[in-house]
Design a protein around this ligand. Structure first.
Ligand code: AMP
Ligand code: ZN
Ligand code: FE
Ligand code: FE
Length: 275
């Protein structure tokens, strides 16, 4: 029987607010049949999440969300079904997390130059895993009274192009796709949104992506139809989900709202078997 799948969820292992246990229980409660835990640059929560899936009778697919750079622009790539014990994958993820730490230090340095006395210690106090990201810096800024709220922290300081923004050092899309493929997984372009030109999209497809994230909270119905068209034109697969991070206002209501049919997950499996 067809069910609903949400293949984009974060936990405390990266910048989500909830433990894998609570994500799995909430997903089950929202009537989802299949989910994927796609933490940024870490597979640390997968072992536990897969076991929880069995315990609560909900299918959990191993996932990860990586950042890549093309033409100086950062994009996100979702990996699914890879072997999360693959040593090359684990080593690369560890490197990416070190890069995140260095970048957080650069951001804190910029903030300090702007006379905002934020310390790395207070940023790290806002993380629970070993993957530091801008959401943790935003929370630290709010908790220390330097920003009124999470969104203002991005608008004023650390959002793309804002005064304390710093880029991550990332692999190319080709290298990211190969890393996932070498670990036996499939790669999808995450939330392409509306600001991506068709030319840029084709460059990314040429990098070897298996599919595109068609359903995402940032996509209008028109965009969903547009990306479904691209998926079918280029013989790609589709994925989709809520990009659930938990904790923030309204986050609970996204569960069950941004889904793809489990039949799309079956197509992903078929692609894996024919590889
Ligand atoms: P990072 O991977 O460290 O660059 O952090 C990226 C994350 O920060 C995204 O996944 C969003 O959750 C969050 N983020 C980025 N830009 C904004 C923004 N302008 N407002 C709120 N959250 C944002
Ligand atoms: Zn995130
Ligand atoms: Fe993302
Ligand atoms: Fe995400």
């Amino acid at each position: 029987m067809d069910g609903k799948a949400d293949l984009h969820m974060h936990t405390t292992y990266s910048d989500g607010a909830l433990l894998p246990h609570d994500v799995v229980v909430k997903a089950k409660g929202a009537g989802l049949r299949t989910i994927s835990i796609t933490d940024h640059d870490t597979v640390g929560g997968l072992e536990e999440s897969l076991a929880l899936g069995k315990q609560y009778d909900i299918e959990v697919i191993p996932g990860v969300e990586l950042s890549a750079t093309l033409n100086d622009r950062e994009i996100h790539i979702l990996g699914y079904f890879m072997d999360h014990r693959n040593q090359i994958l684990l080593d690369s993820l560890a490197e990416f997390r070190v890069e995140r730490l260095r970048r957080a230090e650069r951001i804190v340095g910029k903030l300090n130059k702007m006379n905002i006395p934020l310390s790395m210690e207070s940023v790290l106090a806002n993380t629970s895993g070993d993957c530091v990201g801008r959401p943790h810096i935003a929370n630290a800024l709010v908790n220390e009274g330097h920003a009124e709220d999470y969104h203002q922290a991005f608008r004023k300081y650390i959002g793309d192009g804002k005064p304390a923004f710093e880029k991550k050092v990332c692999f190319s899309p080709e290298a990211t796709v190969s890393l996932i493929a070498e670990a036996g997984g499939l790669s999808f372009l995450a939330h392409p949104g509306k600001s991506i030109s068709e030319e840029f999209l084709i460059q990314l497809i040429d990098a070897g992506l298996d599919g595109i994230e068609v359903v995402h909270p940032s996509h209008t119905n028109e965009l969903i139809q547009y990306y479904r068209g691209i998926v079918s034109e280029y013989c790609l697969l589709e994925c989709g989900g809520s990009d659930f991070h938990g904790g923030k206002k309204g986050d609970e209501t996204v569960l069950g709202q941004y889904t793809i049919p489990t039949a799309s997950v079956d197509m992903m499996r078929r692609r894996l078997f024919s590889n």
